[in-house]
Design a protein around this ligand. Structure first.
Ligand SMILES: C[C@H](O)[C@H](O)[C@H]1CNC2=NC(N)=NC(=O)C2=N1
Length: 99
């Protein structure tokens, strides 16, 4: 397996570098919500996320309504979090100004 399941201590450490994300699903995922001016901006953001997802071969679970995008990251192959989720979160954070 290329990416292994992270333990709670490793997750805690990585979360300190990813302040805008929070643990979800009992520690099996991380999540962050985004708000944009309108649907066009939200969808443009999702398009950029999709390109990252394809590049990393790691795909978000997400929900969009109008200007809101909720993202949940989890590694299905390990039924929990792997380093790839944090790599993806970091890349997504770089798309948006810190809010
Ligand atoms: C075959 C392919 O590499 C796998 O199915 C990838 C695709 N994208 C993925 N995305 C996520 N979030 N978790 C996975 O385990 C995963 N696996």
């Amino acid at each position: 397996m290329k990416y292994e399941k992270l333990d709670a201590a490793a997750i805690d450490t990585l979360l300190t570098e990813r302040r805008l994300w929070e643990l979800a699903r009992d520690g099996a995922a991380i999540s962050r919500s985004f708000k944009f001016r309108d649907f066009g901006e939200a969808f443009a953001f999702m398009t950029r996320c999709a390109l990252i997802a394809e590049k990393l071969d790691h795909h978000p679970e997400w929900f969009n309504v109008y200007n809101r995008v909720d993202i949940v990251l989890s590694t299905h192959a390990v039924s929990g979090l792997s380093a790839l989720d944090f790599k993806m979160a970091e890349a997504i954070d770089r798309l948006t100004p810190a809010d």
